[in-house]
Design a protein around this ligand. Sequence first.
Ligand code: AMP
Ligand code: MG
Length: 410
Amino acid sequence: MLLEEAIRTLKEAADPVRDIEKVPLARASGRVLALDLKASYDQPPFPRSPLDGYAVRGEDTICASEENPVELRILGKIYAGQVFRGEVHKGECVRLMTGAPIPTGANAVIRQEDTDYEPGKAGDFTGPDSRVKIFRGAAPYQNYVYEGEDYRKGDILLRAGTVLNGMRLGIAAGAGLNELEVYREPAITVISTGDEVIAPGQDLKAGKIYDSNQYTVVGRLADLGFSRVESMHCPDDPAIMADRIRKAKETSDLIITTGGVSVGEKDIMHQVMADLKGKKLFWKVSLKPGAPTLAFVLEEKLPVICLTGNPYGVAVNFELLIRPVLEALSLNPGIRSKTCMGKLKNDSPKWGGVRRFMRGFYERESSEVTILAGSHASGTLSSMAACNCLVEIPEDSGGKAGEDVKIYLL
Ligand code: AMP
Ligand code: MG
């Protein structure tokens, strides 16, 4: 099956998670807002001063100058967070700091720098006789932040479906919310297979290798912000595997397995699919590495995506096939792979016949991409260390230096 068709098929099979849960603001970054966020208050909730100075009636000060200062009586002093209870009349003002509410009667603020202010002396509020000289006046509503200047009660601040980030959490916090209603994260089960595969940390025995796939997949899920993940290993026994999947089915929105999808005697996933009465979506996608991907659906709603056991095939399939499914399940467009075009710096050692995905290093400043040195076998792990992108070499391309190629950023 063509890659695009496989992606479309899988996205159609995914059942988006629309359950809603509340999360504290500090943990909401990366989550998808489930309901429109409406303002419950005007913002700011009161007219406020944008600077340190004096709340005045603009009309009293408008003709003030260095030569002809206007002198006003200071009724009092307020800091941000305080409220002046009185009213400002003709010839009066209130000393106030940035963020303080502009008192009733006043309609403009004079900058402290445009007065004769000295701490504890002229222009400070030291008692009922305190006065300030104003050298430069303000028109009414100059230096005046209106109540509701930012937004009004009832305005929609963030739409349902918005992916939350720091900026947007600031908006929510500013509107007084300490938790948000977001879509529940999809629950994902990852199962690696292979009788030869043992958990890292154990002693290496003859014929065995360590399980890297489980950690590639779980790690990549974590990179993308998915934390509701369970992972395990299973021997090459179709009955045990079917049992694991049957259990996982109860709690999962997606099951990802690795290994056992080729044509060997221990490629158990075909048998497992039959035992579980899964509806087959496809087996084999036209790409390299990781062609023998098998996908099926359980009970019309749970996709099971069975990847090759080859570590690089797993990595490539994750980016190309799993990410679109995660995007559909989580209703989060941020999960989509970021792609761009790059210019090949060197010849690809592999090309032709089939669409290939090579390990690459992309330099953003120059838009150049290097196919990494080292083994390009699908079972090789070490050459993935410097890899920051996949490079697509189309089947009809020679993968030569200078060609423009599509890049999938990791
Ligand atoms: P399979 O797709 O099961 O035939 O496995 C293909 C190759 O990948 C074999 O050489 C396996 O030993 C290797 N392999 C399978 N699963 C893993 C795993 N979890 N971690 C590392 N290598 C694996
Ligand atoms: Mg195997």
